[in-house]
Design a protein around this ligand. Sequence first.
Ligand SMILES: Cc1ncc(COP(=O)(O)O)c(C=O)c1O
Length: 429
Amino acid sequence: MMNSLTDRDRRVIWHPYTQHKGYLPPIPVVKGKDSLLFDDQGKSYIDAVSSWWVTIHGHANPYIAEKLYRQALQLEQVIFTGFTHEPAVTLAERLLPLLPGPFSRVFFSDNGSTAVEVAIKMAIQFWSNQDRPRRKVLAFRHSYHGDTFGAMSVSERSVFTDPFRDYLFEPVFIDTPTRGNIGGLRRFLLDNGRDIAGFIYEPLLQGAGGMRMYEAGLLDELLDAASEQGVLCIADEVMTGFGRTGRLFAGEYLRHKADIICLSKGLTGGTMALGVTATTERLFEAFLSDDKRKTLFHGHSFTANPLACTAALASLDLVERPEFLANIRRITERHQAFLGTLHSYPIAGNPRALGTVLAFEIITGRDEYINAIAPAITRDALAQGIYLRPLGNTVYFMPPYCTTEKEMDQVYDFLVHCLIKYSARPVTS
Ligand SMILES: Cc1ncc(COP(=O)(O)O)c(C=O)c1O
């Protein structure tokens, strides 16, 4: 069929994170329902990665769709300087009390990367507005904060950022805290903290850097040390937010409260693009001035888009239903139980789980992002009606919270099938 959607796509589309030379044709998806995606042949796929970690209540949620429809008939978009609207204000009012810390202001943008850009700019300008500029930003090794230039700058240097290396600003990278290095990290902050504007971190779980997990107590110690030196703490909860780690926000595991928090992905239930950078009043006040140059000069055309805010409000309604946390608990318990199975396969490296995220490495001797095992697993999974997208040899399972017991079992069975297959026949690349 020369005019199939796939052929038309091939002629005009450039896909994200896709090497178009020799790649498999994309699957035309015509419908989504709960945790399932349906292709144009009627075949279903369990969305085991929540469509890049955004889908929390399931696809095509009728409650969110209905609210969107009504809002679209009322007000679809308006410039957000000089104007305001009900969905934005109500969303800020409802979101702020849910956040893990004394946040009092919401700045809207479009996605996770822009939420991070805004946070970095706020932290740097906070200091320059007070004529006490600080020159450095602190970030973790193996971090990932997005694909725009500021977000790339504070992310681990990798195959993602290699071509841009000379164009990125240099943060100070430190290791995530362990019992062995925490003393050294605290001393480092004591000696250098006064020149650090902000410290950006993915609390407890580094996502794209390989689903790496680290301890809340140690992060608290590090954040305390940073705050003692006045460093602004920026929690990037773009991925961990809205229940992924078992609680509504990863920050709920922490004693230390951040100064800035970045949200996106699950914010709208995964329905619309929206970013939030929330801050404390102290930070906001550093931008209040008769001197217009102290304004935060940042904004996007679709800032606080009324449809996106409406989707987020509808998602919050669903978050407040008892089944939301009950489903998260159910998936958390299933993942914990499955760790026992993973431990019985020597080829499964470092089995780990936090909340609704399960991860392990398939030990191939090549722990790199560009790795033959990732596309091989995706291909195998698709044939079984499952969508999985390993990060190099790190396999992870991060389902929408409505995923049924039967669907969970199907994915676990597939993971066991992979372990048996690769134990017997290691992949070569
Ligand atoms: C922790 C974190 N921050 C930021 C981003 C960037 O978000 P977006 O892809 O919406 O730009 C991501 C995306 O995966 C993320 O995981």
